[in-house]
Design a protein around this ligand. Sequence first.
Ligand SMILES: N[C@@H](CCOP(=O)(O)O)C(=O)O
Length: 489
Amino acid sequence: MENQYVSTRDPKCAVSAKQAILKGIAPDGGLFVWPDVDKVRVDLEKIVDNGYLDNAVYILNALLGDYSEAELRACVDNAYKNSFASPAITPLRAVGDIHVLELFHGPTSAFKDVALTLLPQLMSTALKTTGQKAMIMTATSGDTGKAAMAGFQDVDNIAIEVFYPHNKVSAMQYRQMATQEGNNVKVFAIEGNFDDAQTKVKELFMDEELNAEAARQGVMLTSANSINVGRLVPQIVYYFEAYKDLVREGVVALGDKVSFSVPTGNFGDVLAGYYASMMGLPVEKFYVASNSNKVLTDFLKTGVYDKNRAFVQTISPSMDILVSSNLERLLYYMTGKDSAKVARWMDELKTQGRYTVDDATLARIRSLFDGDFVTDEQTKETIQSVYETTGIVLDPHTAIGYRVARSHPERPVVALATASPYKFSMDVLDALGTASVDEWDALRKLETVCQDAIPAPLAALETKPIRHRDVIEVGQMKEVVRQGLEALL
Ligand SMILES: N[C@@H](CCOP(=O)(O)O)C(=O)O
């Protein structure tokens, strides 16, 4: 199916699935969406009978029109066979009366692995069609960067540069990124926060000079963030998987509705759930769970999206975000695909830092979405109380989703566990009332508390040398990307 995807801001800007994945973002600054995704019907009976890999191929095949089923099968096998510590890939575990969907059993212990083990496969396959190379620019608040570098490490014809906020990620997230190996990866700390990095990366995608330079070298500039639709599509699969497990365990009958509580910053993870619901997953509510950067909570209550506020550094750093990129995609669907309206709001966000949606759009959003925020103190309380009552240790991001799920009456509810507690050992231990001197001490102490062993890739970091020490200004990002392009040749 050719030209299946369009920009959220202009329906005339249309490309195939492979092109959308290679471009990452639309040339007008919009995000690629498939207008007709709501016409796809996923057969729930089939999902319940299948394993994860078959379901992934089935769902990807419905969404990525110009990939052949054989190509997708190869991508899925390469991504998931042997790289996840759990055979289920994303196991579901009952924690109290809440079902926790564990998304952190991949190579870097965060939910990003589910998509970022697959995206390199999808991108390499698409590059074979065009004969080009790709330079990936990625902004991260801690998890995406490592997962993207691990996924793209030494992949032919692709280089990746990652930008993270200096001193604003956890000690383990820093170690994971700064020790990254591979001849095609570079990591830079930037003086600023995640929004500064993401805004600059988006600006660079629109930079004519940089694009011309890349084009002269046969290189596409692209993204490994969830603005790339190739990041979102793999995440749709685990919503169906969670449903499958609830049906198999007899918690729901086929067709019954389920709610999901999703800790989110860039709105990508919860948007993947919304895509699943458009494709037929029976969903009662999505709870959008935020930390003190509660821009999404306020938006869902008032219809005003306002990023003009203090940026708060929290113990859930991956969600320290004030510009939630993927909300643009939700607005596209919730306005009845009104690209002009979406473009106007996005322009207001850029120029004034805020926009207000109309009542009809807000009412439609609120019929399916609700939101709440959780402070650091409450996050710690939740980690402690869940441990005391169930023996299970949650990471701070997961604790936020869990607490929001617990505060709403809908059941069954699935809370997405987005990272391993070992990535945030010091804060998690602190929540449990135990002091630690550094991340390694914390890691070992946490192991005696948790039921599970420290994930091997995290334990291995202790002896790995720091390879990336650059701290740059946002204004230097273009230059380092330019240098990266030269290195790709
Ligand atoms: N939470 C992210 C921020 C970037 O989000 P993405 O899903 O768009 O990649 C992170 O940990 O980097």
